[in-house]
Write a protein that binds this ligand. Structure first.
Ligand code: MG
Ligand code: MG
Length: 275
C-alpha cells in the first residue's frame, strides 16, 4: 500500500548544499579519470585514479558494492552503453568511453558521467558526444524553465530531433532519476517525449539528468557479466550526466564547479547557488 506516501524526497537547502559538496568531489574525481583516459590505459586504472580522489576527500563511493558492483565507476567503451565494469581492457586509439561515477558526503549522493574520445577521434563520435552533452544541457535548462519533469525529456527529444545530419537514437531502456539520500530514487527522468507530463518541478527536487544516445538502433542487451549494457547492433553510444537541484531561487548543477553557468548561459538560464 502506497497511498499517501510521498514518493519523491524533497530536500532542504542544507541537504542540497551537502549534495553539492559531494558533487564537487565527484567533479574532481571525474576530471582525474578523464585526464587518465589515454591509449594504453586500462579501465581498471581509471577506476583507481577516480577512487584515489574520493579517498583523499574522505568521500564514499555509491557505486562500489551497489547490488554487488565491484568498482567506483562504470566504464563503457564503444558499443557498451552503460554499466561497463572496469578491468583489464586496454583503451585503444579512437575508442569512445563513458565514465560514470558518484560520491557520497555525509550520506548525500551525487552522480555524474562524461564521455571521452581517446586519442584520434572519429568525427561521427565527436558529433555523437557533442549532441549528447548539449541534449543534457537542454534537459537541465528545462528544469529551470519548465513546470513538469516531463519537460526535461521533451527538451532532450526536441533538441536531438532537430539536429541536422544522420539521426541519432535516444535510449529508452535506461533513464535519469531522482537523487538524494540514495543514488536512485523517484521520479524517473525520461529522455524522450511522452504524453505523461510527470510530477511538478518544485523546490527540493534533485534529479540526475543523463541522456544516452546511439549512432544506430536503440535496442540493447546485457552481457553475461550481468552488468554491461551493449547496443545489439554494435554501434557506438554515449552518455553525459549531471545531478541538478531545484530550489526556491532557481536551479544549481550540483556536480559542476560553476553550477552549470557557462553551458546554461547560451540557453538563457542563469543558475543560482543553493541559498
Ligand atoms: Mg551515473
Ligand atoms: Mg544516474
Amino acid at each position: 500500500m502506497a497511498f499517501g506516501q510521498p514518493r519523491i524526497e524533497y530536500k532542504t537547502n542544507a541537504q542540497m548544499r551537502t549534495m553539492h559538496e559531494a558533487g564537487l568531489v565527484l567533479s574532481r574525481a571525474l576530471d582525474a579519470a578523464v585526464a587518465a583516459a589515454t591509449p594504453g590505459t586500462t579501465t581498471a586504472q581509471l577506476d583507481a585514479v577516480f577512487r584515489a580522489v574520493l579517498d583523499e576527500a574522505g568521500a564514499k563511493s555509491n557505486f562500489l558494492g551497489y547490488h554487488g558492483f565491484p568498482a567506483t565507476i562504470c566504464t563503457s567503451v564503444n558499443e557498451e552503453v552503460v554499466h561497463g565494469i572496469p578491468g583489464d581492457r586496454v583503451l585503444q586509439d579512437g575508442d569512445i568511453i563513458s565514465i560514470d561515477g558518484g560520491a557520497i558526503v555525509d550520506g548525500w549522493h551525487s552522480d555524474s558521467a562524461r564521455t571521452v574520445i581517446v586519442g584520434t577521434p572519429d568525427p561521427e563520435d565527436v558529433r555523437l558526444s557533442e549532441v549528447t552533452e548539449e541534449a543534457m544541457w537542454r534537459g537541465i535548462a528545462a528544469l529551470a524553465t519548465g513546470k513538469f519533469v516531463g519537460d526535461v525529456g521533451n527538451a532532450v527529444d526536441d533538441y536531438v530531433s532537430s539536429v541536422q545530419g544522420k539521426p541519432l537514437g535516444i535510449l529508452e531502456d535506461y533513464v535519469g532519476h531522482g537523487i538524494g539520500s540514495e543514488m536512485h530514487m523517484a521520479p524517473d527522468v525520461l529522455n524522450y517525449r511522452t504524453s505523461h507530463r510527470g510530477p511538478k518541478i518544485r523546490p527540493g527536487l534533485c534529479l540526475a539528468i543523463e541522456p544516452m544516445l546511439v549512432r544506430g538502433s536503440i535496442e540493447t542487451a546485457v552481457l553475461d557479466d550481468e552488468w554491461t549494457v551493449v547496443t545489439t547492433d554494435g554501434k557506438r553510444s554515449c552518455q553525459w550526466e549531471h545531478s541538478v537541484a531545484v530550489h526556491e531561487k532557481g536551479i544549481w548543477v550540483l556536480s559542476a564547479p560553476d553550477g552549470g553557468a557557462e553551458r546554461l548561459a547560451p540557453l538563457g538560464v542563469v543558475p543560482v547557488p543553493v541559498p
